[in-house]
Design a protein. Structure first.
Length: 234
């Protein structure tokens, strides 16, 4: 099968030593050198955990506030009512309301990245379960997107709060910054993310918890880290 990678990618991939597990600082330094795109790429982290997501007691799901944000501007839809609508808008929500937005979503509107709701709205949002659920957008208390304090939630997600969850293969993928972030900023974000993942280790998880850890740019090769060292420093 022909290699479909571009010349730029193949050239930059030579910087990454195959089979090597890098130290964290070294990996962050290296990934910033693997830019090939003509836009500011996202720095992404990919983890494989020693959990079996088929079991409820081995789910890994939560949120973390990255010290330096993700570098991405997120559009937030707040589903709420009354005085909370104005509070959400003042906190930075791009859209805020109730039934009118629920109807728009039913008609195929998705001009938002995150949905945050107050608890009283959840019964009404129930009919959007299939629509939002398949896109990973259904509000959930565990991800911090169902809360009575909607103003604080909106503000935190605008500043870089990140929701994550393990997939059916035991993996987690998340953005931790941009290629133009400083090395220090990326290290701080990486550390905050890993510390939260380690803190959430299920008691039912046996053996090595962090199986693989890698960082990459949107269009770049993965740089694998030594998961033992990563866990040791968490």
């Amino acid at each position: 099968m022909a290699n479909k990678r571009g010349k730029k990618y193949l050239e930059i991939a030579k910087l990454v030593e195959q089979g090597r597990l890098y130290e964290v600082k070294e990996a962050i330094e290296l990934v910033r050198k693997t830019r090939t795109a003509n836009f500011v790429e996202t720095v992404e982290i990919a983890l494989r955990l020693g959990v079996d997501p088929r079991h409820a007691d081995q789910q890994v799901r939560g949120t973390v506030v990255l010290p330096n944000g993700t570098g991405k501007t997120v559009k937030i839809l707040a589903i709420t009512s009354g005085a909370n609508i104005e509070k959400a808008l003042e906190a930075g929500a791009d859209y805020a309301g109730a039934e009118e937005y629920i109807e728009k979503i039913q008609q195929g509107w998705f001009d938002f990245d995150i949905v945050i709701a107050t608890p009283d709205m959840m019964p009404k949002l129930g009919r959007l379960g299939r629509i939002l659920g398949t896109k990973g957008l259904m509000p959930n208390p565990k991800s911090g997107t169902v809360t009575p304090d909607i103003a604080t939630a909106v503000s935190e997600f605008k500043k870089g709060k990140l929701a994550f969850r393990v997939d059916k293969l035991g993996s987690i993928h998340a953005p931790i910054g941009k290629a133009d972030f400083s090395e220090e900023a990326l290290l701080e974000n990486f550390t905050a993310f890993i510390n939260e993942i380690v803190r959430l280790k299920p008691s039912a998880s046996k053996g090595q918890y962090l199986r693989t850890v890698a960082v990459s740019l949107t269009m770049g090769p993965g740089v694998k880290m030594d998961p033992v060292l990563v866990a040791k420093n968490a």
